[in-house]
Design a protein around this ligand. Sequence first.
Ligand code: NAP
Length: 265
Amino acid sequence: MTATSTISKTALITGASSGIGKALAYQCAQDGYNLVLAARSVDKMQTLADTLKNQFAINVTVIGSDLETSDGATRLHADIKAHGITLSALINNAGYGAFGEFKDSALAFELAMMQLNMNTIVVLTKLFMPDLLATRGKILNVASTAAFQPGPYMAVYYATKAFVLSFSEAIASELEDTGVTVTALCPGPTASGFQDKADLGNSALVKGKKLPSSEDVAAPGYRAMQRGQRVYIPGFVNWAMAQSMRITPRNLATKVVKHLTRATA
Ligand SMILES: NC(=O)c1ccc[n+]([C@@H]2O[C@H](COP(=O)([O-])OP(=O)(O)OC[C@H]3O[C@@H](n4cnc5c(N)ncnc54)[C@H](OP(=O)(O)O)[C@@H]3O)[C@@H](O)[C@H]2O)c1
């Protein structure tokens, strides 16, 4: 699974089997990072690994991980250490959402989402902190424009992304004299596997809309990580919306999102 290379920097990307994570893998690979790819779909990641190894002459290690289980992140850390790998970049990207009213949604699904979208990020960041301090490394946490206001019809998902943004900005501040940088990447709706998984097909948020590609988001997101920018929102409209939400009364912001996210016929 691992090819020979003299390059020494290594990035872990969670959720690298599709969408934004896969696109981030290309960005890292073309910049000379060796990679650890983690998600559940081992076949998809192995195909990606073979392509990246051939195209960029890097080492790629594929680790099948279910990161919504209570010990998934701890096991992934142990597996990476068993390979003798030290990380210089940690990209916490794996995540998903769910569309629908909270009163009707499945609790087990939401608890698993919270485990993946929040707990896994905290555990991986904690366990790889010694690596990142030693390498003056980089952390990229994939949050969302959902982080900036409450999200009726995706209530738990929006709350998880608010957590990711708050956590990222706080530890970025704590780490500012260590050489370790933390970037929260906050995309708006992006074409990926996300919409199907979240059952968003009927939501006004995406229905009939042409969405930016995962590559459109990953490329500037990767550059933001490289320059150590704390919060990066791809796309002017997304950026403007996020800024306006900071000064809009909370109740009004919530109404706007409710309207934008509603189910359409
Ligand atoms: N697309 C959007 O509109 C959008 C907007 C803002 C933020 N985001 C965020 O962007 C990130 C990436 O999502 P995406 O849009 O690229 O969606 P995606 O194409 O569905 O990719 C999600 C990735 O997460 C992985 N994943 C899901 N459950 C997992 C689990 N239990 N254990 C390990 N990995 C798991 C998936 O791999 P496996 O299924 O193989 O495990 C996949 O690689 C997420 O954090 C999402 O919240 C997306």
